[in-house]
Design a protein around this ligand. Structure first.
Ligand SMILES: [Zn+2]
Length: 151
């Protein structure tokens, strides 16, 4: 029997804007996450980077057992595991570049959407200020006209 062809689509590419906006892409407590395992889980699922972390305290990498302050939490199926930033590339090679690029693209997309939201939130204030300014310019203009052309 033929296996269904799995699309070569990265995880975050397939996540909608709306869903991405509601996600946290960083964690300051990777050890506090649910479903954290200390060995790479079995299974056919393709892992993806779920969070990045950048900590004061170090956490242990699943691969080298060293302590890292910077790294990623990878998700594979229902499990999460911690990968230090150096090990990812060493172990997964080009694949890890893909995982990291997919994640970075999601971070950039989320950042852009949050900026747009923030600008949209400020628009009414800006428009109000603009209307007031136009009103002031009009009254100054009228005053100048009145001074130049006295009745
Ligand atoms: Zn490591």
């Amino acid at each position: 029997m033929l296996k269904p062809k799995i699309a070569d689509r990265q995880h975050w590419e397939a996540v909608s804007d709306e869903e991405l906006l509601g996600k946290n892409l960083t964690t300051d407590n990777p050890l506090g996450l649910d479903c954290l395992v200390t060995e790479i889980p079995d299974g056919p699922e393709e892992p993806h980077v779920e969070f990045s972390y950048n900590l004061e305290d170090e956490v242990r990498c699943i691969h080298c057992n060293h302590l890292h302050k910077h790294g990623f939490v990878l998700r594979k199926g229902g499990y999460r595991y911690i990968v230090g930033w150096i090990c990812g590339e060493k172990i997964y090679g080009e694949k890890f570049d893909k995982y990291a690029a997919d994640f970075k693209a999601a971070q950039a997309r989320q950042d852009a959407m949050r900026r747009v939201q923030s600008i949209q939130g400020r628009l009414p204030i800006l428009l109000h200020g603009q209307r007031r300014l136009i009103g002031e310019i009009r009254s100054i203009h009228l005053k100048i006209c009145a001074d130049q052309h006295p009745a």
